[in-house]
Design a protein around this ligand. Structure first.
Ligand code: MSP
Length: 453
């Protein structure tokens, strides 16, 4: 059986997901469902990123044990994903024992390959983003170039990963495999970083202990990002459960938001090359959901739970809107008015009418049973050809994560379905028994169209 492995980022556990962050998992769910329908054995992975200073600080602020805090929060994630009807096959927690063991085994490999050394890290660190920054990258007032919050000066004895050694290998990879990072404009951003040369990466911390201990030197805990990235392997059994691992690895697509592209498209492949593990097939960095052009995020105070919309409009309507209205890959403004507009125009009017008219007529003219084909007319061929064309453009679009285009194609078919009713006038055919066989075909064809849709 063909297999497909799709991942979302694992979520920082210290804040509950909002409509912006849930975007990654909803899209991944759509990909997983599409692949299952197309006959693939799918592994769809999501989970929670639970170590690091930020999480520890949150637990301390609440005066609870860090693990307890994570357990409470992980349950909230599970519950929300359930409510969103996500069909994930795995849910990895970085505090899972097997994950932590995998991280240590992985880091041991890097060390055995000569890619880890001890040195002194001096520089700036953004705790909310868990990211190291060079002085020259900082924004005014010593703030994080990514999130604008204050960064902290760190001066510690750390272990380093020889990331710089992989600059040329990665450049070669990017040039030889343009699909590796998508969309193209995101790949180009990463290419520019590579072309300016990479620095080695500090991969441990000693100022706190909420993390995976460094093998043979437990004073150090492994940097959260290194810990987190390895989830894509630990969740499918690396290295002990060889069978599962080899069935699903390499991942078909790591779906991520654009702000964490550098970790996935530069640091992660370098780590994998060093460990002698094949690379994922693709990293797709999508854009942000925004409100008035600003990223939806807890820190900006514009974050709303997806349930606020699901409870009113339902899961399918929300999904439809996100995939249809937000051009995938780009940033897109989330607007409840546009969501309502899509529900009214596309779902209720176009699709709802086609379904409603068809069901009512089958009820009225054929006792609620779908008739067999009767007499055909050339317009039936037009409808059939359009349905076939729609199916092939749909699969082509979905295979390339072009959701908006996939939906546009389907709606062309729906609109033609409505037009087919107007042209064939089944309510007139139903008045005269002589036309029964033609009416049968019309109703039959309409059901087929709806089934395809
Ligand atoms: N823990 C890291 C990922 C580690 S993966 C090895 C992390 N977590 S996060 O909770 O901050 O983000 C999770 C996902 O939500 C990311 O893909 C991020 O891009 C996405 N989003 C958060 N806010 C978003 C929007 N406003 N819009 C779209 N996606 C955004 O990063």
């Amino acid at each position: 059986m063909k297999k497909f492995y799709v991942t979302t980022p694992i979520y920082y556990i210290n804040s509950e997901p909002h409509i912006g962050s849930a975007y990654s998992t909803i899209i991944a769910d759509v990909i997983a469902r599409y692949r299952r329908l197309s006959g693939y054995e799918v592994f769809f992975l999501t989970g929670t990123d639970e170590h690091g200073q930020k999480v520890l600080n949150e637990a301390l602020a609440r005066n609870i044990d860090a693990q307890k805090y994570c357990d409470i929060m992980a349950d909230k994630f599970r519950k929300l994903w359930n409510e969103l009807e996500l069909t994930n096959d795995g849910f990895v927690r970085t505090t899972d024992e097997n994950h932590m063991r995998t991280v240590q085994q992985f880091v041991t490999r890097l060390r055995e390959n000569g890619d880890i050394y001890k040195g002194r890290y001096e520089g700036w660190y953004c705790i909310p983003d868990e990211t190291f920054w060079n002085e020259e990258d900082l924004k005014e007032g010593k703030t994080c170039p990514e999130c604008g919050r204050e960064v902290k000066w760190v001066s510690e004895e750390n272990y380093f990963f020889r990331l710089s050694k992989y600059t040329d290998r990665l450049l070669k990879l990017y040039k030889g495999n343009p699909e590796f990072v998508q969309p193209d404009f995101r790949r180009n951003e990463m290419l520019r970083i590579l072309e300016s040369g990479l620095k080695d990466l500090s991969i441990t911390r000693t100022s706190f202990s909420w993390g995976v201990p460094m093998p043979d030197d437990p004073e150090h805990v492994i940097y959260v990002w290194v810990d987190a990235l390895i989830n894509y392997l630990s969740a499918i059994g690396f290295p002990d459960d060889k069978e599962t691992f080899e069935r699903f690895w390499p991942a078909d697509v790591h779906l991520i938001g654009k702000e964490i592209n550098r970790f996935h498209s530069i640091i992660w492949p370098a780590m994998l090359i060093s460990a002698g593990i094949p690379l994922p097939k693709q990293i797709y960095a999508h854009g942000w959901l925004t409100v008035n052009g600003q990223k939806i995020s807890k820190s900006l105070g514009n974050a709303v739970s997806p349930m606020a919309f699901v409870n009113v409009y339902g899961n399918d309507a929300l999904r439809y809107y996100l995939l249809r209205d937000i051009q995938f890959g780009r940033d897109g403004d989330f607007s409840e008015d546009n969501l309502i507009g899509r529900i009214n125009a596309d779902l209720a009017n176009d699709l709802g009418n086609l379904l409603h008219r068809t069901v009512v007529m089958i009820q009225k003219f054929n006792n609620g049973l779908v008739p067999e084909m009767g007499i055909e007319d050339p317009i039936d061929d037009t409808l059939r050809e359009l349905a076939e064309r729609t199916f092939s453009t749909y699969t082509e679009s979905m295979d390339h994560l072009k959701f908006t285009q996939a939906l546009e194609g389907i709606w062309e078919l729906i609109r033609f379905g409505n037009k087919y009713i107007d042209l064939t006038e089944p309510w007139k055919l139903g008045k005269n028994l002589e036309n029964k066989e033609r009416l049968d075909s019309v109703l039959h064809n309409l059901v087929r169209v709806l089934k395809n849709v």
